[in-house]
Design a protein around this ligand. Structure first.
Ligand SMILES: [Zn+2]
Length: 130
């Protein structure tokens, strides 16, 4: 497993007191807090193809910490940070007369949950649109 840098990394964490870089390599981490205010240090580990194959075979991961007791840890295969959402272009509000269905104004809430109906030019201006 290899420690990899991710966008939210805000600290290069060096070896603990009394240890050298040869013994414990400096790694990029994110230092922050959990929602309940407890300190949280996040690291991202990337598995090699061989390790992925082993996990596929055994279904297990082993974790060893250089500490006399096991602190609360949270491991996940999901990134624990919100992905920044691309900013949406504003709707123009113009009246749209679709070939099928009722007319609507660009920016009106559609029938699908949370979906906003847009005119074609506004659709094209959205992130990933057009
Ligand atoms: Zn529009």
């Amino acid at each position: 497993m290899e420690v990899i840098r991710f966008d939210e990394c805000n600290v290069n964490m060096g070896p603990p007191d009394g240890m050298t870089e040869e013994e414990v390599e400096t790694i990029p981490v994110h230092v922050g807090k959990f929602e309940n205010g407890m300190p949280c240090t996040t690291v991202c580990l990337k598995l090699s193809d061989a390790e992925l194959a082993e996990v596929q075979r055994t279904g297990v991961v082993w974790l060893q910490l250089m500490t006399p007791r096991m602190p609360p840890i949270y491991m996940s295969v999901l990134k624990p940070f919100e992905e920044p959402q691309p900013e949406k272009a504003p709707a123009c509000g113009s009246l749209v007369m679709p070939e099928a269905g009722a007319p609507f104004h660009c920016g009106d809430a559609g029938t699908a949950d949370g979906e906003v109906r847009l005119c074609d030019p506004c659709k094209a201006r959205q992130p990933g649109g057009g």
